[in-house]
Design a protein around this ligand. Structure first.
Ligand SMILES: Cc1cc2nc3c(=O)[nH]c(=O)nc-3n(C[C@H](O)[C@H](O)[C@H](O)COP(=O)(O)O)c2cc1C
Length: 232
């Protein structure tokens, strides 16, 4: 199994610890690769749209490629973000902006449709649901069919400040999530993903895409002739 952890922060606080602990508890051989934002992608999308024609034309392609290749090869994605001002962290948002060309309306990666993902967010006291929703929107639109969520208010500014009682509760939850991830079975693809993929295919067929390059990509994959990325 290959697991990629995308950390929406450079530091190793509560959010990082929970994400890493899920990865460490996955049963069987598991190669773990971690990225940290902004450390590994310290840029914002400039809105040049060059990626729409050619992914490699993005000014930040060299850095992005390393991360995207790792994601492509992974079975499991763990995305962590502290809840900042009720939402995901800015560096994580920047990462998702810089990879928007991998969304279903553009050129989704085939491999995404057979991955499992976990989103982890911690807050001091407020709800983590908006931060988790932010990440879920991106992962869903990239094609990931199975997404687990773990949000918790830790009432602390760092991992050291989290009470032992809370840590014990977190531990139980991470064991449960890791258990669900410890399978080599392909995840089933739900109705929402199927519907979105069908809609985006229709859009490509009608020529409503952002570029002819996208139509060609969908054609080459056979997706305009009935092939499905999750069945390949
Ligand atoms: C810039 C910033 C914004 C924050 N916004 C919120 C918030 O909206 N709601 C909340 O409950 N906690 C908020 N917090 C607290 C963190 O979410 C909380 O301490 C979290 O557990 C930190 O995770 P970490 O240890 O991984 O850094 C904020 C902290 C910072 C630094």
């Amino acid at each position: 199994m290959k697991t990629v952890i995308l950390n929406g922060q450079n530091h190793k606080g509560s959010t990082y610890h929970i994400g890493r602990s899920i990865a460490d508890k996955i049963v069987g051989e598991n190669e773990i690769t971690e990225f940290y934002f902004p450390r590994d992608l310290n840029h914002f999308c400039a809105g040049c749209y060059k990626c729409i024609e050619d992914m490699a034309a993005c000014p930040h392609y060299a850095e992005k490629k390393t991360i995207i290749d790792a994601i492509d090869a992974a079975d499991i994605l763990i995305v962590t973000t502290p809840t900042y001002c009720m939402h995901m962290s800015a560096p994580l948002k920047a990462f998702f902006d810089l990879t928007f060309d991998l969304w279903m309306p553009h050129r989704p990666m085939r491999s995404m449709f057979s991955k499992r993902a976990v989103i982890v967010s911690t807050s001091a006291g407020s709800s983590t649901k908006h931060a988790i929703r932010d990440v879920k929107d991106s992962l869903f639109n990239m094609g990931v069919p199975k997404i687990y969520r773990f949000g918790t208010a830790v009432h602390a500014m760092n991992w050291e400040g989290v009470s032992e009682k809370k840590k014990a509760k977190i531990d139980k939850k991470t064991i449960a999530i890791a258990g669900k991830l410890s399978t080599s079975k392909k995840p089933s693809v739900g109705i929402k993903t199927r519907f979105m993929f069908m809609l985006m295919g229709m859009m490509q067929k009608k020529g409503w895409s952002s570029s002819p390059v996208e139509v060609e990509y969908w054609k080459q994959n056979g997706w305009l002739d009935g092939k499905k990325p999750w069945k390949e």
